[in-house]
Design a protein around this ligand. Structure first.
Ligand SMILES: CC(=O)N[C@H]1[C@@H](OP(=O)(O)OP(=O)(O)OC[C@H]2O[C@@H](n3ccc(=O)[nH]c3=O)[C@H](O)[C@@H]2O)O[C@H](CO)[C@@H](O)[C@@H]1O
Length: 362
């Protein structure tokens, strides 16, 4: 099939789209693809690097509250629509898929208006603004969390899981930690605050690193690109068991060798943790719509797959909590089992079935 995908802003919207494309290719269902993003989003770096044809539409996000900014947003949106129309006429897709982020608004809206089959994917337990808007016009809606169903027209919904889960589910431990100068077989802690990094998590990590480096495990600390220099300046010397990097391009490569993750609870991150069965300490971002990262985190917390620490509760006891867990084999095994029980290892195939259903319905 000829597919246009669009999703952007942060990694949480981009990696599910790339995982879906990988599975379409693996099943020889993909004749041609075009990815639509913005110049400013992370997608402008990640998508071309993955070898996928990439075009941009310039748009800006709607504010949840009524404001003058939204008038400007509408003007830019109308310009975006005319570019979207041109792209759709030239590319002639069989189906258009949106994975969230405001960039997907124009192309999905225009595709629906042109009677091209459309599918959106909502990774979160709370509907994103763009997906909520698009839900009235598109043919099908793939969801992950049952809590979000009430936000969308019931007859369009199917529970599919997050395609990134299928991409990582079959991965096995390997030696790729060596790429970072770490010992592949040693117990390893991974710290990362979502795709952009999180200053509060970074600070907690900086404070705890001296204790971690004495505790008999190794640590890979991902700061997020824009925070790297600031953090490096705070850590002039590091023991060989601690590595600090700005970003990891191929996260799936190292995840199977990670004993414990400390991180945010963005939807795509937790899809990976549950597909692979990785124990985690989740510190939800308090700065997201309707506190959805707390809801995401609690679904793992309740199942015994993660320890959830609200950001304001991060204090001097954090290092001890992490070290105790890293040394508690029985608890880690139990958390692994609990995490895995929440994973959806065939999510891409389910989303592909939904795309086919959208095409067949036309
Ligand atoms: C602050 C914010 O608005 N966050 C939202 C954003 O998070 P964010 O973009 O951080 O999304 P997620 O945590 O869901 O996913 C991050 C993705 O980036 C990857 N990764 C991360 C770091 C790295 O160095 N390399 C790398 O590849 C992870 O493996 C994962 O695949 O989108 C998510 C999915 O819609 C939402 O649930 C989050 O609430």
């Amino acid at each position: 099939m000829r597919v246009i995908v669009s999703g952007g802003g942060t990694g949480g919207h981009i990696y599910p789209a790339l995982a879906l494309l990988e599975q379409l290719k693996a099943r020889q269902l993909l004749d041609e693809v075009l990815y639509i993003g913005t110049k400013r989003g992370l997608e402008s770096r990640i998508v071309p690097k993955a070898g996928i044809p990439f075009e941009t539409i310039e748009l800006q996000g709607f504010k949840r509250k009524l404001s003058l900014d939204n008038v400007k947003t509408v003007t830019v949106f109308l310009a975006g629509l005319s570019k979207a129309k041109k792209i759709l006429k030239e590319f002639q897709p069989d189906v258009v898929v949106g994975t969230g982020g405001y960039v997907s608004g124009a192309i999905l809206f225009e595709a629906a208006r042109m009677h091209i089959p459309t599918v959106i994917h909502e990774q979160n337990s709370v509907a994103g603004v763009t997906n909520k808007f698009l839900s009235r016009f598109v043919d099908k809606i793939g969801i992950v969390f049952p809590e979000v169903a009430a936000a969308f027209p019931a007859k369009k919904i199917a529970t599919v899981g997050n395609p990134r889960a299928q991409q990582v589910a079959q991965l096995k431990p390997n030696d790729r930690l060596a790429d970072f100068g770490l010992a592949p077989k040693q117990r390893t802690l991974l710290i990362f605050g979502g795709s952009r990094g999180a200053p509060k998590i970074n600070q907690a990590a900086v404070d705890a690193l001296p204790a971690f480096s004495q505790a008999g495990f190794q640590t890979l600390f991902v700061t997020g690109r824009r925070h790297f220099e600031t953090i490096k300046a705070q850590l002039p010397t590091l023991p060989a068991t601690v590595k600090v990097v700005p970003y990891i391009d191929d996260m799936p490569a190292i995840l199977p060798d990670i004993a414990l993750v400390i991180g945010r609870s963005g939807a795509t991150s937790i899809a990976e943790l549950t597909a692979l069965g990785i124990p985690s300490i989740l510190i939800p971002s308090p700065n997201v719509t309707h506190n959805h990262q707390m809801i995401n985190a609690q679904s793992l917390g309740k199942a015994g797959a993660a320890l959830v620490i609200p950001e304001p509760d991060l204090d001097a006891s954090f290092a001890d909590t992490v070290i105790a867990l890293m040394q508690d084999d029985a608890r880690l095994i139990e958390m692994t089992r609990a995490a895995k029980s929440l994973g959806v290892p065939d999510a891409s195939d389910r989303l592909i079935a939904l795309m086919q259903a959208a095409i067949n319905a036309h």
